[in-house]
Design a protein around this ligand. Structure first.
Ligand code: NAD
Length: 473
């Protein structure tokens, strides 16, 4: 029976602010988004079951082992399991009881054409549709192209014609590494639905955030597009400052100062203005490609975003050349230490990480690579072979002709420089995250190569025309 959330909200007490309206929620997919969303919704007071078809993942979760690295997640899972609000399952039975079912399965790039691979989403929908309560709300949290909600609705209506099941888009904006804080303190909650009942249920589920964040109620297609537009904008901003970093190297400017100088302009803002080795991760690169493909489907071209994607991809591959340039053009036969394999700090996620392109490029040029990452080595081992994986940064520096800082992990900011120098064959640090002070490096007697800071060699980033043509075809 559907419970009126507004009525229940009116009776809610101050404790959880979701008061009496503890919703029964099922989350399909217990990955970075599903697990974090599930545990945070349980922490709001709802009764949540996180479901994943990976039974080993579920068995680990039931043993209290967290399959992903996300600061604070273990304690939050433990507390909510202990309070009986959070459960894990490899089967779908909890779906039948759920007021709302969130879909949080992966939507990777489809091999070959860059379209979002929606097979996981559609498979999940087909699996759960026969089990859904007749008034359930089906919520897409996965990042899906415009129109996916319409197709989900078509699948549901074809199988369950005489029900009130509503299909809602509720894109997720959390960032790995700060995911719990992001979920609990979002800049906005986007709810894409024209269905008043669905909106009310979502409002009830997100009740603890009602005072804290703007709720953006829009149509479903618009909600789907908001997520892609946000990621495309962020990718554009980073690519912009990366290009300015390259220009700084040519003209003798300092990109850190330029970023500060423009970021203080409120219209621009200081965030996402850190020069780096290119954007990685499981979202921004693949979502850019998917947006381009969506535009193609409608007969239009997103020239700006196409260029951003191409420039970013080229940049990741240009980084090995930058390291080679710092070693007088050649790394063949040299040993390179790489610190950081994940696409950013505070995650174990190496999907599309610039480090992978960097290491492959170094190996292609004949270098031996020693690498260390605080959390990402297991994932990296799945795609990078012939790397000497080390137990700490100093072991990675052992005998190295250059040490590359590829990820901005906190522990890489406070390295014991004299110890590093003793370990290395020559004192050269290539800092692709600009986390060190140039003067401190000089004092420690290191040759220090960073991005877009005064006095650095120029490594122009070339957009491979073939790739650009393929993307714009
Ligand atoms: P993930 O790969 O970490 O997790 C997906 C999980 O879904 C896996 O554990 C997989 O086993 C499970 N799964 C797949 N099909 C299933 C099915 N039919 N039934 C049950 N479980 C199933 O993915 P993720 O990084 O959490 O991303 C999920 C979605 O959220 C993607 O669309 C992504 O673009 C989006 N997103 C990700 C982030 C992020 O930072 N990772 C942020 C915002 C949005």
């Amino acid at each position: 029976m559907w419970r009126d959330p507004n009525k229940a909200l009116a009776q809610s007490g101050p404790y959880l602010r979701s008061g009496d309206i503890r919703m029964r929620v099922a989350v399909i997919g217990a990955g970075y988004v599903g697990l974090v969303s599930g545990v945070c919704l349980a922490d709001f007071g709802h009764q949540v079951t996180c479901i994943d078809k990976d039974s080993r993942r579920i068995a680990a979760l039931k043993r209290g082992e967290i399959p992903i690295f996300e600061p604070g997640l273990d304690a939050l899972v433990e507390a909510n399991v202990r309070h009986g609000r959070l459960a894990f399952a490899a089967d779908l039975s909890a779906v039948a009881e759920a007021d709302a079912v969130f879909i949080a399965v992966g939507t990777p790039s489809r091999r070959g054409d860059g379209h979002a691979d929606l097979s996981f989403v559609y498979d999940a929908v087909k699996e759960i549709t026969p089990l859904l309560a007749g008034t359930a709300i089906l919520v897409t949290k996965s990042t899906v192209p415009v129109g996916t909600g319409d197709e989900i609705e078509r699948i549901v209506r074809a199988r369950r014609p005489n029900t009130d099941i509503a299909v809602v888009s509720n894109p997720e904006f959390l960032r790995e590494g700060t995911a719990i804080n992001d979920f609990n303190h979002p800049d906005r909650v986007v709810i894409g639905s024209d269905d008043a009942r669905a909106r009310a249920v979502l409002a009830a589920i997100y009740r603890p955030l009602l005072d804290a964040a703007p709720f953006v109620h829009v149509g479903r297609r618009t909600a789907e597009l908001i997520k892609y537009a946000a990621n495309a904008f962020l990718a554009t901003k980073i690519s912009f400052i990366n290009e300015i970093a390259d220009l700084c190297e040519c003209v003798g400017g300092d990109v850190e100062d330029v970023a500060r100088g423009i970021g203080l302009d409120e219209r621009i803002g200081p965030k996402f203005l850190r020069a780096g080795p290119g954007i990685g991760g499981s979202c921004l690169p693949k979502d850019g490609l998917a947006l381009i493909k969506t535009a193609h489907d409608y007969g239009m071209q997103l020239r700006l975003i196409e260029t951003v994607c191409a420039v970013n991809e080229a940049r990741k591959h240009a980084m090995a050349g930058k390291v080679a340039a710092a070693l007088d053009g050649a790394v063949g036969g040299k040993t390179i230490g790489v610190l950081g394999l994940t696409f950013k700090a505070d995650t174990d996620d190496t999907r599309d990480s610039p480090s992978l392109a960097l290491i492959a490029g170094l190996q292609d040029r004949g270098a031996t690579v020693r690498a260390y990452d605080p959390a990402g080595m297991e994932q990296a081992k799945l795609s990078l072979t012939a790397v000497d994986y080390c137990n700490d940064p100093y072991a990675a520096a052992e005998g190295a002709d250059a040490l590359v800082i590829a990820t901005e992990w906190q522990q890489f900011r406070t390295l014991d420089l004299p110890r590093l120098k003793r370990a290395m064959a020559q004192p050269l640090i290539v800092d692709l995250r600009n986390i060190y002070d140039i003067e401190a490096m000089k004092r420690a007697d290191f040759r220090y190569v960073a991005l877009g800071r005064s006095g650095q060699a120029t490594i122009p980033v070339q957009i491979p025309r073939q790739r650009l043509r393929a993307m714009t075809a």
